[in-house]
Design a protein around this ligand. Structure first.
Ligand code: ADP
Length: 417
């Protein structure tokens, strides 16, 4: 590592480059870890296809207007080239010198990582080995790490794992009811995901309550394209709905969530599906999309549901109703994991923005003394954090998540150690 440790003099101008590499996309953000201010951010998507594009926006001071651009691209355009475009942009804005580290979101850390880690060859080998548990995600994360090591040769690279926050789960929460040897020999257990998001919003809720996180008992519902619910006891994850893979738990945009495992045999043996077809069915054609037969997008479904002339209106309502019931059931199930409960948190694109979804979920949780204040619920959107419960009920907060800021903060903390 050639860079000096983070000092208080550096902290004003320094920033962490946060990289979130998917199989065909790279999301990036240059963040000041103390304030969370994003100097520059963007998304390269449809990589390695003719539709590849990159969008970069920057806002170098809080008063500067946001600028956005889409660059013309050479073909084929891949992760490495996207990062080359990013580096040129950072150079042209004189931002490269401000970067003190690169923080990578890595999806699966297995049981190896409960904390962020400085990436070296051993860490990369472990991430590669864990690709058998996350075949779609960990290889893409490694592409991002290798590309950044090429592009930023002198900078320390950190890995922040989506699974890390859930490593505090007890055995009773992470073991499945299958032969123990499958866990011991093959690592088959619940790992959970969205850890950085649950951690961030739990911290925000702690601040709203004026407590330290370790004094807080919460249930957090991250509802985006992927959805998960987590029980947090004394500030630590004690159970979560996503499992060994991001397919378990509540219903999601295109993922089924929990189903009877016997359905898989039925699809294969009785209906002639191949295993690949079952995989696609449950991961990409189910959830809100599968039930509505219209869309995986909550906004589209709400619009269709509210328009009686829409041909899929009833089906859209059915999909959203099943979605909300399954989430409410998952939240209620965590009353087995906690002895006290300070409140419930909604976050993620749906959790932060859909007052309809929040109302449906909260209405089904009256046994846990949740009750929605519709006026507060209607105004809690577009990044405003707030309690949407009636005065006599248990608190229920809408909190905008910021995984990039957590990655920047944790990278800076690791650097300063
Ligand atoms: P990801 O998991 O890919 O990060 P997001 O957290 O951005 O996804 O969430 C995407 C979901 O949020 C989509 O279903 C989208 O329809 C939903 N969403 C975004 N804005 C609204 C809104 N105003 N009302 C209802 N749903 C919304």
């Amino acid at each position: 590592m050639n860079k000096p440790l983070l000092s208080s003099e550096q902290s004003v101008d320094t920033a962490i480059l946060v990289i979130n590499c998917g199989s065909s996309s790279v999301k990036f953000s240059l963040i000041q870890p103390e304030t969370g201010h994003s100097l520059l951010s963007g998304l390269a998507e449809c990589l390695t296809t003719p539709q590849a594009s990159i969008k970069i926006k920057h806002k170098l001071t809080p008063s500067e207007n946001e600028q956005s651009e889409t660059s013309p691209l050479a073909q084929p355009y891949d992760h490495q080239q996207a990062l080359t475009t990013l580096v040129s942009k950072l150079r042209s804005l004189n931002l490269v010198e401000n970067i003190i580290a690169v923080g990578h979101r890595v999806v699966h850390g297995g049981e190896s990582y409960a904390q962020p880690v400085l990436i070296n060859d051993d860490v990369k080998a472990t991430i590669k080995q864990l690709a058998k548990l996350a075949p779609l995600h960990n290889p893409a994360n490694l592409i991002g790490i290798n590309a950044c090591q090429q592009a930023f040769k002198d900078l320390p690279q950190m890995a922040i794992f989506d699974t890390a926050f859930h490593q505090s789960m007890p055995e009773k929460a992470y073991l499945y009811g299958v032969p123990f040897s499958l866990y011991r020999e093959h690592g088959i257990r619940r790992y959970g995901f969205h850890g950085t998001s649950h951690f961030f919003v739990a911290n925000q809720a702690a601040k709203l309550m004026g407590k330290s996180l370790s004094q807080c008992n919460l249930i957090s519902a991250h509802l985006g394209n992927g959805c998960s619910v987590t029980a947090i006891k004394n500030g630590e994850s004690v159970d979560t709905s996503l499992g060994m893979t991001p397919l378990e738990g509540v219903m999601m945009g295109t993922r089924s969530g929990d189903i009877d495992a016997g359905i898989v045999f039925h699809l294969v043996e009785q209906l002639g599906y191949s295993i690949n077809e079952v995989d696609t069915l449950l991961n990409k054609k189910s959830g809100l999309l599968g039930v509505s037969q219209l869309s995986n997008d909550c906004r589209t479904l709400e619009e269709a549901m509210l328009d009686p002339n829409h041909p899929q209106s009833a089906q859209a309502k059915l999909a959203l109703t099943v979605f909300c019931y399954r989430i409410a059931k998952s939240i209620a199930s965590f009353s087995a994991s906690l002895t006290t409960l300070d409140g419930l948190i909604f976050t993620g694109g749906i959790g932060e923005n859909s007052s309809w979804v929040r109302t449906q979920i909260i209405k089904q949780l009256s046994l846990l003394n949740f009750s929605v204040c519709e006026q507060a619920n209607q105004t809690a959107r577009f990044g405003t954090n707030g309690n949407i419960s009636t005065a006599d009920a248990r608190p229920c907060w809408v909190i905008a998540t910021n995984e990039e800021w957590v990655i920047a903060q944790q990278s800076a903390q690791l650097l300063s150690k």
